[in-house]
Design a protein around this ligand. Structure first.
Ligand code: 6GU
Length: 245
């Protein structure tokens, strides 16, 4: 899978794709990243990429010409491509969108800066506008890193254990159960006894209960009853009564 990142801050991406699971995937070539400097497509001597907004108002807007030229420089009809603009005015990124995007061969990501991107670029040259949450960042660059990280997990070979990907919390509509590791008592705080019992049937049931309980408490809106097993639905029913939900 290949990602093109169109940005006016190419240096921003020097770190994130060198580290960890994603860094290894890039080294192996399972994930390819190409940074495209939008400023290289400015045609004046000052390499101007922004201008004041028509109608007045705060800040600067990314000019259409350099951004569109940058998009066109990586467009390829032979590949299954998607052009995505990162903007807080986009649709909110979630598990379903991440999965959908992982089906493309190449994703071209346009990172916004200043007060925004000329609307004609978004409307006529992008397929999709994506936001990573209801807060404003100084630019689309950190959001692009988030998107690439999440999509890359679905690229075969990137995450060693497929089960971890297929069964992640958001495909099931349940948060993960909590985890502990040694020592059994840390600063006076013990690990729940059932986990030390060696009773795997009990442990499985307890974890299921914990996962449903924390989802009900923190993220009740993500629960998909249709995706739960009979056993999980039963636990959910009991917990709802107990928690008064
Ligand atoms: Cl994609 N861009 C910016 N600038 N802010 C955001 C965002 C994106 N998603 C959430 N906030």
């Amino acid at each position: 899978m290949k990602f093109y990142i169109l940005t006016i801050l190419p240096g921003y991406f020097e770190g994130p794709f060198r580290e960890g699971v994603l860094g290894k995937a890039v080294q192996r070539g399972d994930v390819k990243i190409e940074i495209v400097n939008i400023r290289d497509f400015a045609d004046d001597p000052h390499r101007t990429v922004d201008d004041t907004p028509y109608g007045g108002g705060e800040g600067m807007v990314l000019k259409p010409e350099p951004v569109v030229k940058a998009i066109e420089s990586v467009r390829n009809n032979e590949k299954k491509q998607r052009v995505i603009a990162m903007t807080p005015a986009g649709r909110l990124l979630n598990h379903a969108i991440v999965r959908e995007l992982s089906e493309f061969e190449e994703i071209i990501i346009v990172c916004g800066r200043y007060e925004g991107i000329d609307e004609r670029v978004l409307e006529y040259f992008c397929d999709d506008l994506i936001s990573i949450g209801d807060y404003v960042l100084t630019g689309g660059e950190p959001a692009a890193v988030v998107l690439i990280d999440a999509v890359s997990r679905f690229v075969p070979g990137v995450v060693g254990n497929r089960k971890c990907v297929e069964e992640d919390s958001f495909s099931r509509g349940l948060l993960d159960y909590p985890q502990w590791t040694r020592p059994a008592v840390f600063r006076g705080i013990p690990v729940p006894e059932v986990l030390l019992s060696g009773n795997h049937k009990e442990i499985r049931k307890w974890r299921m209960m914990k996962a449903i309980e924390r989802t009900l408490k923190r993220r009740p809106e993500i629960i998909r009853e249709d995706l739960l097993t009979e056993e999980e639905r039963e636990i959910l029913k009991h917990l709802k009564v107990r928690l008064g939900k």
